[in-house]
Write a protein that binds this ligand. Structure first.
Ligand SMILES: Cc1cc2nc3c(=O)[nH]c(=O)nc-3n(C[C@H](O)[C@H](O)[C@H](O)COP(=O)(O)OP(=O)(O)OC[C@H]3O[C@@H](n4cnc5c(N)ncnc54)[C@H](O)[C@@H]3O)c2cc1C
Length: 603
């Protein structure tokens, strides 16, 4: 019976044939079922895209939001850029510079983007429930989606068959998930583009899908091993090449699962990464040689993978970066002056420092970092990254940055920068009336990029944000020292841009030897406080100031909503989420809704 189910060309005899109308129907029925399961998943994605259409349309109809976020622009700072940028800031004009091709720039008239509230604003009563953290960093809504996904595959696995009599179906269920897993893992993720969700926010579905594939593949293998053992034909079967390839495939997929566990991802990223690539490619080859019917799914998955690699190559720039050590933040700043635009606040790039000083393996490693400056930023320092010293690679980078040049200037290194990736999706920060940014530690990268971008856009007349608060939580007060010049500059520009901007820095620890408290001469709008911030108070303050600040003409007599953006430890995200849920529904309605945007480092 097992043999009959495994011969897809229908050449062997089987009791099942008596049940089937035609020998070839045996495998075909399984193919048909999993094909329709895949089509159902496509339908779900299409439905979600349809619900997202108004936000997609609003974003695509705004020139600045449409153009940025896909490719970094390789441009040398030119006189025209700096003059134009300064003009747009000081003149408070309604126009903006848009790069068209190469280094050509043209001035187009623009206005704040249309604000379309997210579904969470409309589904307010259910949101606190769905956003409750359930497993690890996955919220209840995500967990319910995973349960639904599991249900779809279980249905496909059991529809008009039994796992005990037909282990072939489980094999088909496994291969049918290959394209989904590859799409969800790709950096240029079409699903995240369609749903307007940052790629990192979908990573948990990639992991879940991978686990389902592994379970289904193992059920398939165990089923056949049991059957062949019972029939006494195990050795006869396993000596055939196609089943030997089946063994290779299952070993690959189990190795892949083993090395993708959190312990490897967090403690030995390189092993996780290399095992993932090698085992997955080998799995694709082995599964084709094991099961001819799997070829279409493998081709679909491999095509997505190759397309992603090609896009990643296109998105890669080879540049020179200035690096310097920021001891107060235990971080290294990487500045790439030749990349000046093309990203959105909240996006990250993957960087490789091509220098043997990074070590034998270190020079080949690519690490992700959130961009800490705004595209066409007012500070004009190009693309900036703040890399916190957390492990081997970042520590080497810091050691390298300490080796300043003979003339005392910053060290320069050749780098490969790939991106931009991730980011706020269809959420347009500049379409809100008020924004609260709550960031912890190295999350300041996101805070800086977002604040700088919003002030620049407000100056250009392409943002409706009138109230902007940045709350930064750090351990020690001296973390403020390296940030003081940029904070001062942003605060100085905000009044002419028409933005009421405040920065509050909370330091949670008292002074320890070697890190002495400094009395700062703080500019107006910047406050340094001890302890943890009360997020509910901060959020209510932004909400009431936004209401008081009024609204844009033509906005139906009410503000366009408040966005709470958060980047930092999980607890900070929890605090912001709770603070939003505590705000009374009528207050939320009056301000146009309060939305949450979490920037997460999904590893
Ligand atoms: C989307 C994203 C944005 C990030 N933005 C910033 C930022 O702005 N500033 C900042 O200081 N840190 C940021 N990080 C974290 C940063 O990438 C890691 O701290 C860095 O790669 C650590 O490398 P390491 O070898 O020094 O440390 P290790 O001790 O090897 O690793 C420390 C942690 O970083 C992870 N990690 C290691 N190598 C990689 C890699 N190649 N790719 C992904 N993760 C890796 C590990 O899983 C581990 O949890 C970001 C991470 C992600 C995923």
């Amino acid at each position: 019976m097992a043999e009959g189910r495994t011969q897809l060309d229908g050449s062997s005899s089987s009791p099942l044939r008596a049940r089937s109308h035609h020998p070839g129907d045996v495998g075909r029925e399984d193919v048909t079922v999993v094909f329709w399961a895949d089509m159902f998943l496509v339908f779900i994605v299409a439905l979600c895209t349809l619900l997202q259409l108004p936000r997609i349309y609003a974003r695509l109809s705004n020139p600045s939001e449409r153009r940025y976020g896909h490719f970094l622009h390789h441009s040398l700072p030119s006189a025209s850029t700096s003059t134009a940028s300064q003009t747009t800031v000081s003149d408070h004009s309604q126009s903006e510079l848009v790069r068209t091709s190469g280094s050509d720039e043209k001035v187009v008239r623009s206005a704040p983007p249309t604000h379309i509230p997210a579904w969470e604003s409309l589904l307010r009563p259910f949101v606190p429930f769905l956003r409750t953290h359930f497993v690890d960093r996955i919220h209840l809504g995500g967990t319910l989606f995973c349960a639904f996904y599991f249900g779809v595959l279980l249905y496909a696995g059991l529809y008009q068959t039994s796992v005990f009599t037909n282990p072939l179906r489980a094999g088909y269920v496994a291969v049918s998930q290959i394209p989904w897993i590859v799409v969800l893992a790709s950096k240029n993720n079409i699903i995240s583009l369609l749903l307007g969700i940052g790629w990192d926010h979908l990573n948990y579905i990639h992991r879940f899908a991978g686990r389902l594939l592994t379970i289904a593949a193992n059920v398939h293998v165990i089923g056949f091993v049991y059957k062949w053992t019972m029939a006494g034909s195990f050795t006869k079967h396993i000596s055939q090449a196609r089943y030997a390839w089946g063994v290779v495939a299952i070993v690959c997929i189990d190795v892949l699962l083993l090395f993708s566990l959190a312990i490897w991802r967090l403690r030995a990223y390189n092993i996780f990464y290399l095992s993932h690539i090698i085992a997955f490619i080998l799995f694709l080859v082995a599964v084709c040689l094991h099961m001819r019917a799997a070829v279409p799914w493998v081709i679909a998955g491999a095509s997505v993978y190759v397309a992603d690699i090609l896009l990643r190559c296109i998105k890669t720039h080879i540049c020179t970066a200035r690096i310097h050590c920021i001891p107060e933040l235990c971080a290294t700043s990487v500045e790439i002056p030749s990349l000046t635009s093309g990203w959105r606040a909240g996006q990250h790039v993957r960087i490789r420092v091509v220098s043997m000083s990074m070590g034998w393996l270190g020079w080949s490693e690519t690490h992700p970092f959130t961009i800490a400056s705004a595209s066409r930023g007012v500070a004009q320092q190009g693309l900036v990254l703040l890399c916190k010293d957390t492990g081997r690679w970042t520590r080497r980078l810091q050691e390298l940055s300490r080796q300043s040049k003979m003339d005392g200037s910053d060290m320069t290194v050749p780098v490969m920068v790939e991106g931009p990736y991730g980011g706020p999706g269809d959420t347009m920060l500049s379409s809100f009336s008020g924004v609260l940014l709550v960031v912890g530690g190295s999350g300041i990268s996101y805070g800086l990029a977002a604040a700088e971008e919003l002030i620049r856009k407000a100056a250009e007349g392409t943002s409706s944000v009138t109230v902007l608060d940045l709350v930064w939580c750090v351990r020690y007060s001296d973390c403020l020292t390296p940030m003081l010049p940029i904070f001062t500059s942003l605060l100085a520009q905000s009044p002419s841009a028409g933005v009421a901007f405040q920065i509050t820095v909370f330091h949670t620890r008292a002074e320890i030897p070697g890190r002495t408290f400094r009395a700062y001469d703080l500019p107006a709008g910047l406050t340094l406080l001890t302890g943890h911030p009360s997020i509910p108070i901060r959020l209510r303050d932004v909400v009431s100031r936004t209401q008081a600040a009024g609204f844009l003409p033509g906005d139906a007599g009410k503000p366009r909503g408040v966005l709470a953006g958060v980047c930092g430890p999980m607890e900070l995200g929890e605090d912001v989420r709770r603070a939003i849920d505590e705000i009374e529904p009528d207050v939320q309605r009056a301000v146009g809704g309060v939305e949450l945007l979490e920037e997460i480092y999904s590893l």
